[in-house]
Design a protein around this ligand. Structure first.
Ligand code: SDX
Length: 466
């Protein structure tokens, strides 16, 4: 039965609330009325296809560039409430997982849906730890990169190359093959990540150390020199472990959507995850943490903040690390990162950039331009400052993001493959081009006498945010 408020709203809109879980839609072109069922807060886009003027028409589609208001799947992995700033994995709050769990335990939770028992966690940890090595041929593969190749480019290629070492992973319905792909990806991505750093530095590769935990082993592969055994500072290893937990999954973000989209062609999981690495590389997504540090360095001093914020308002700059498609409140991950910054600075050099970051946040959150657009710090705003304190170079920040996100990508890839509603992703389009043009021989074509710069594209559309 419709509530008073629903009746009032419906009357305002000239209709009568019937209380049924449906939309009643009138096509004003024909006067035809349609009943569209509502389920889980959505209407099915395919239910629009029945709405047409004449029978031979294709029917209506939904138009949603960048999928800002389109649910592409059902998922039980991660829940986000953007207004309330809530993030949960399989029902457990991110705050509690950071406080009490480990990254490998969270990876298990994301993929298998439950916190592992003791024996399950032991087996999972054993399997991961015993698959951290990569084939020696991959070292030669990495030798092919320039010394200054961006590590995300090397990671992207390295993860794609893994698919050539495990061809049986193409049997994506085989539970054993899926499990082994999950283990190998979670175990080997840190090794490839560390190799990309060592390649950039011209240092010999450091093999995994099975005595260390997940974060400690990564630090060892990154920073071990001539000492017999690398001893990570437990405070830094724990801070990195928390950052890994914070970055493990985040529902249908750009890179996860890429993994799901590419994976929907039934390609092997290594190739699908390589697509996720590629999407994460972008400065609007995983590349933002690298962009934040570069932005803080460019600002250089707290005194320059007002002028910088003016440039942001004039759209000459973007406030990197701020804003989010879903969070219209403080990203809970940013809060947790801040709580760990002081611990990290106890064990490392204090980073003056943190003053600029904190003052920048304060000024922005006092400024109607940002608050009116619900722009708050996201996970990337402070994470780079911690990575820098761990002596991780800026160009490695997004690689560090990719390491834990591999667990989320694998969990989402598996869920997509198990979802009976899913099939190969193939969106439609609104065609805006020409039709029925006659071919013109090259000798008869008109154009500029002098060729300067790249060919002009038609139709030129204004860039986003212009
Ligand atoms: C991640 O999706 C995920 O879950 C991602 C992630 C994950 O864990 O996977 O959380 C990780 O990618 C975090 C986001 C990291 N990116 C950045 O920090 C880059 C800076 N942020 C922006 O580029 C932007 O906020 C996005 C891309 C994050 C979100 O963009 P939306 O949702 O498309 O928002 P929008 O571009 O439509 O912006 C709305 C308004 C616009 O102003 P108007 O044109 O309406 O006047 O806000 C403005 C934008 O110009 N705006 C910004 C801004 N972000 C948005 N203005 C200045 N600085 C910014 N950072």
């Amino acid at each position: 039965m419709a509530t008073e408020q629903e009746t009032a709203n419906a009357v305002v809109n000239g209709g009568a609330a019937t209380g049924s879980e449906s939309l009643t839609v009138t096509d004003n072109r024909t006067g035809q009325v349609y009943e569209l069922p509502i389920s889980d807060g959505t209407v099915r886009a395919m239910d629009l296809r029945q709405i047409k003027v004449s029978e031979d028409e294709f029917g209506l589609m939904a138009y949603d560039p960048a999928f800002t208001n389109t649910a592409a799947c059902r998922s039980a992995v991660t829940y986000i409430d953007g207004e309330a700033g809530i993030l949960e994995h399989r029902g457990y709050s991110i705050e509690e997982l950071c406080e009490r769990s480990s990254f490998l335990e969270v990876a298990y939770l994301l993929i298998f849906g439950e916190l592992p028992t003791g024996p399950q966690l032991d087996r999972w940890t054993f399997d991961i730890v015993h698959h951290t090595f990569v084939h020696e041929d991959l070292k030669q593969f990495f030798e092919g990169f320039r010394y200054d190749a961006h590590p995300m480019g090397m990671l992207l290629a390295g993860v794609g190359a893994l698919s050539t070492f495990y061809p049986d992973a193409k049997q994506i319905e085989d539970p054993e093959e899926r499990y082994m792909a999950a283990v190998r990806l979670i175990a080997k991505v840190p090794t490839l990540a560390a190799f990309s750093y060592r390649h950039n530095r011209g240092l010999p590769y450091v093999y995994p150390d099975n005595d260390l935990d997940f974060a400690g082993n990564f630090l060892s592969m990154m920073f071990k020199k001539t000492e017999a055994k690398y001893e990570p500072d437990p405070r830094l290893a724990r801070a990195l472990e928390v950052l890994f937990i914070l970055h493990a999954d985040h529902e249908q973000n750009c890179s996860t959507s890429a993994v799901r989209g590419v994976g929907s062609s039934d390609v092997d999981p290594y190739s699908a995850v390589a697509a996720g690495v590629a999407a994460l590389y972008g400065p609007l997504h995983g590349g933002a943490n690298e962009a934040v540090l570069r932005m803080l360095r460019r600002i250089e001093s707290v005194d320059n903040i007002p002028a910088f914020l003016e440039k942001v308002k004039e759209r000459e700059e973007k406030l990197m690390g701020f804003g989010h498609r879903v969070y219209k409140n403080y990203d809970p991950r940013a809060r947790i990162i801040q709580q760990h910054m002081d611990e990290v600075f106890e064990a490392t050099e204090y980073n003056a950039l943190v003053e600029i970051a904190r003052e920048l946040e304060k000024r922005a959150l006092d400024d109607e331009y940002f608050t009116s657009r619900k722009l708050y710090p996201n996970v990337d705003f402070y994470s780079g400052i911690i990575y820098e304190a761990l002596e991780i170079p800026t160009e490695m920040f997004t690689v560090i993001f990719a390491i834990p996100r591999t667990a989320g990508w694998v969990a989402q890839w598996m869920e997509m493959n198990d979802d009976p509603e899913q099939k190969i992703a193939r969106p439609r389009q609104i065609y805006t081009g020409d039709r029925g043009r006659d071919y013109v021989p090259v000798a008869d074509r008109k154009g500029p006498e002098k060729i300067v710069g790249p060919p002009a594209r038609r139709p030129k559309r204004p860039r986003r945010g212009a």
